[in-house]
Write a protein that binds this ligand. Structure first.
Ligand code: NAD
Length: 356
């Protein structure tokens, strides 16, 4: 028997196609009268529609959200929020735009309505990563959790194939690491396995046929479920390595997850063979690390850290940082083990199947 304590995050979730039309009602439900609209330039089509839906509720707009939530960008958006006395933030975009909304909410207490356009899952977590002077730190607070999340599958149809794939792997990583987290419980297991199953069956379709609404909806549901896992379960070695590689070496967030995940699974396999077997079964494959690697490779995604710009000479520093503040992980972290993992991830070697 596993004992557990579980407090599910309490965002209001609106899911569907065309749900953007209800965003004004959602803002008013939260008492919002003066909206600061955050929208990435790449989501311009969605931003224009959102502006039209919100109408005179919008008092200011900011489209300068930047990767890893630099505090100087937050300060600029905060000045705008204060100048216009905004009482609600509405964010349209991926994890980068959501991060800015959270950074504003935690500083001011204003409620957030978030419309995610990637599969990062940040919109349902009370966690915020911020960068100051090139160092990324993470904090957690109930004030960071968005009050309302509006998932509109239409907003994801234009997500480029490469980002769809890597962002989907980001979601897969949340679900997989939740299965061996110290906070694992039967409810989270069910969410995680459902997310993995949906990603395994629908992510290839999304990459090959980006306008397939049903496949997009499947993956968007998976992203929500995986984000819910991330919100409640402490992540392990995989997320630790990606945090170091993104925060200290500037590697792209989702692509780094896509490269590292098979190797982190290989590392943890001896400690949690049952979890690896469940992941493999959910993916319909004999071997989880190989299946994850093949999924990315087959769809033309990145498989090597060196192709993401990480120099071989940086590997010792990555290892030092990863071992300096280790996350809880099912298998003890050793310098030799993490070195072997990173060597394989750097070169892009396919993980060997675990011995039977
Ligand atoms: P992102 O938000 O930076 O988006 C990736 C790229 O896709 C960007 O160029 C963006 O402009 C573009 N894009 C997004 N949606 C689009 C669309 N529908 N059409 C066309 N282009 C689109 O990347 P991300 O992977 O979603 O988020 C990464 C950030 O989120 C990182 O800073 C990461 O740390 C953070 N994150 C936080 C959590 C958390 O719980 N705190 C969870 C996951 C990710």
């Amino acid at each position: 028997m596993r004992a557990f304590t579980y407090q599910p995050p309490a965002s209001r979730i609106v899911f569907g196609a065309g749900t953007i039309a209800g965003v004004r009602d959602e803002v008013e439900r939260l008492g919002g009268r003066r909206v600061l609209l955050l929208a990435a330039a790449s989501g311009a089509g969605g931003a224009a529609r959102l502006g039209a839906v919100l109408g005179d509720l919008v008092v200011a707009r900011f489209d300068g959200a930047a990767a890893h939530t630099p505090v100087e960008v937050t300060d600029r958006a905060l000045a705008l929020l204060r100048e216009h006395a905004s009482d609600c933030v509405v964010a349209l975009g991926g994890g980068t735009t959501t991060g800015l909304a959270k950074a504003l909410a935690v500083r001011t207490g204003v409620p957030q309505v978030v419309l995610p356009t990637t599969y990062a899952g940040s919109e349902v977590t009370p966690v915020l990563g911020e960068t100051r002077d090139g160092r990324k730190t993470t904090r957690s607070s109930p004030d960071i959790l968005p009050e309302t999340v509006v998932y509109d599958v239409e907003l994801t149809l234009g997500l480029p194939q490469a980002v769809s794939l890597t962002s989907g792997m980001n979601a897969l990583a949340h679900a997989v690491e939740a299965l061996y987290a110290p906070q694992a419980n039967p409810a989270l297991d069910a969410l995680a396995l459902e997310a993995i199953t949906r990603l395994g069956r629908a992510l290839p379709r999304v990459v090959l046929v980006p306008a397939d609404r049903d496949a997009r909806a499947d993956v968007l549901v998976a992203a929500w479920l995986a984000g819910t896992c991330l919100a409640a379960a402490g992540m392990g070695l995989h997320h630790q390595l990606c945090h170091v590689l993104g925060g200290s070496f500037g590697l792209p967030h989702a692509a780094t997850h896509a490269v590292v995940l098979p190797h982190a699974l290989t590392y943890n396999a001896p400690a949690v063979p049952d979890v690896l077997a469940r992941v493999a079964a959910a993916l319909g494959a004999p071997d989880a690390p190989g299946a994850v690697f093949d999924l990315v490779a087959r769809l033309g995604g990145p498989t090597a850290l060196r192709d993401l710009g990480l120099a071989g000479a940086d590997l010792p520093r990555v290892i030092d940082l990863a071992l300096a503040a280790p996350y809880p992980n099912p298998r003890e972290l050793t310098a030799d083990g993490v070195t072997a993992l990173l060597d394989a991830a750097h070169a892009g070697r396919r993980p060997a199947p675990a011995p039977a």
